[in-house]
Ligand binder design. Structure first.
Ligand SMILES: *Cc1c(COP(=O)(O)O)cnc(C)c1O
Length: 439
């Protein structure tokens, strides 16, 4: 597969190069030159295939020839080691639970896949520095996925007051090849700093930078796998049903872009919902045709506090920059903090199911839109509710137990470098010699 930039067809590079580069120099995003369609018998078999089997089938065309079929199979078997169950919350509404991985968020899938690709591609004498901005869950998934890998350093940039305490513990206490930088600013500021770092030649020569944000194709593409899996599981439970809507709680829009790419490969999902918190850039665009990135607003669904969604150009590219075509498939929805809290409380009371603040928006979007769309619905449960313990417990008036994966982080020592929102400062940090766990 060749990849070009969403800013123009001139550049053509392979998977390996796209993974190592992260971003093209023209500030676009890498995008596959062709989108293969999968055969009918693949869809017929889907309900019986395992996640690694689905992954190999779906991803092979995107990684050939840089990963052999055997190498891809090994990676997929190492990545998809945890279940991704489809759970019926109530009649016609299902949760796809993406939080059973090592850091309890869907980002484990992309981060683990990317870490194995980078390891396969990195040159032994050229250490790579992975620079990543996080709104909470990317940092932990990437840090966990890369921890202890030789020749790869990870630097996590995060908004100082923008992530939950458990999220922060997950990437500030690991040491070894993982460093954390708390930026006095928002997630968008962190993301802008990362972009600036990539554009800085001197820095790139010194550190051999690679990006692990969802803009990297090795994080973006494997997210398709669980949409195929979800549809297969749904079909198993509803063999006669034809139409279905999938709601995707979105911030940077990598996850939704992966779902839509899966649809272009033939996955028969009728509609998608672009579900956001008050950072409603995309729902607003779908409603009015005006695309207006804005400074991000802090919400209790903090992993979606994004005012300038980085992956949206990929969605535009998929639909040929045609707003009407996009609107025929993707429906917009957004909710504020009070609606999120009310939904968490109500669903817990009525069904016993514990939504997290992000999944709650997905659930609520289905409750409101399905009567009109006239299909059953699946929403993505993107993180474990215990990651947001501090904001959830007052809503439910009860304690939430930490799953085993998260218990491991409590009581550990944080190692963080604080920094103003300023590129010169970041550059200085990255140019100096790095020590374990502190850059
Ligand atoms: C990252 C994240 C999202 C948003 O995903 P995007 O791919 O950035 O749209 C939603 N929910 C949770 C819990 C996340 O960590």
């Amino acid at each position: 597969m060749k990849y070009h930039s969403t800013n123009g067809p001139a550049l053509q590079i392979g998977f390996k190069e796209a993974v190592l580069k992260g971003l093209p120099h023209d500030k676009g995003l890498f995008f596959p030159k062709e989108i293969p369609t999968l055969p009918a018998d693949f869809f017929a078999q889907l309900p019986t295939l395992t996640l690694p089997q689905i992954a190999v089938e779906v991803l092979q065309p995107f990684v050939t020839p840089d990963l052999t079929p055997e190498a891809l199979k090994t990676i997929c078997e190492e990545v998809f080691t945890f279940p991704i169950p489809l759970v019926e919350v109530e009649q016609g509404i299902y949760a796809l639970e993406l939080f059973h991985g090592p850091t309890c968020a869907f980002k484990d899938v992309g981060a683990r896949f990317m870490s194995r690709c980078l390891q396969a591609f990195a040159e032994p004498d050229q250490p790579v520095t992975v620079l990543v901005a996080t709104s909470g869950d990317t940092g932990s998934a990437v840090a966990n996925g890369f921890l202890g890998l030789e020749n790869i350093d990870v630097v996590v940039l995060y908004p100082q007051n923008g992530v939950s305490p458990i999220q922060e513990m997950q990437f500030t206490t690991l040491g070894q090849n993982i460093s954390a930088v708390a930026v006095e600013g928002s997630f968008d500021d962190c993301q802008a700093l990362v972009k600036q770092a990539f554009a800085d030649e001197e820095l790139n020569q010194k550190r051999n930078l690679s990006s692990a944000n969802s803009i990297n194709v090795a994080r973006w593409l494997p997210q398709m796998v669980y949409y195929f899996h979800a549809w297969g599981q749904w079909k198993k439970q509803n063999p006669a049903a034809e139409q279905v809507t999938i709601s995707v709680p979105s911030g940077n829009f990598g996850n939704l872009a992966a779902g839509l790419l899966a649809r272009h490969m033939g996955l028969p999902v009728t509609y998608f919902v672009a579900a956001t918190n008050q950072n409603k850039i995309v729902p607003h665009y779908l409603e009015t045709g005006e695309y207006a990135p804005a400074p991000s607003v802090c919400t209790i669904a903090n992993a979606m506090d994004v005012g300038n969604p980085n992956n949206f150009p990929r969605i535009q590219e998929l639909f040929g920059q045609d707003l009407e075509a996009l609107k025929a498939v993707v429906k917009g929805f957004w909710a504020d903090d009070e609606e999120i809290k009310g939904t968490i409380r109500l669903v817990h009371q009525a069904t016993g199911y514990l939504l997290d603040p992000h999944g709650a928006i997905g659930y609520l979007s289905l409750r409101q839109l399905l009567p009109e769309l006239n299909t059953p619905g699946i929403f993505l449960e993107t993180a474990h509710p215990a990651k947001f313990k501090e904001s959830m417990e007052p809503v439910l008036n009860q304690e939430i137990a930490l799953p085993q994966q998260l218990q491991a982080f409590t009581g550990k020592q944080k190692q963080v470098t604080d920094m103003p929102n300023d590129f010169a400062g970041l550059k200085l940090l990255l140019m100096q010699e790095h020590k374990e766990g502190t850059l």
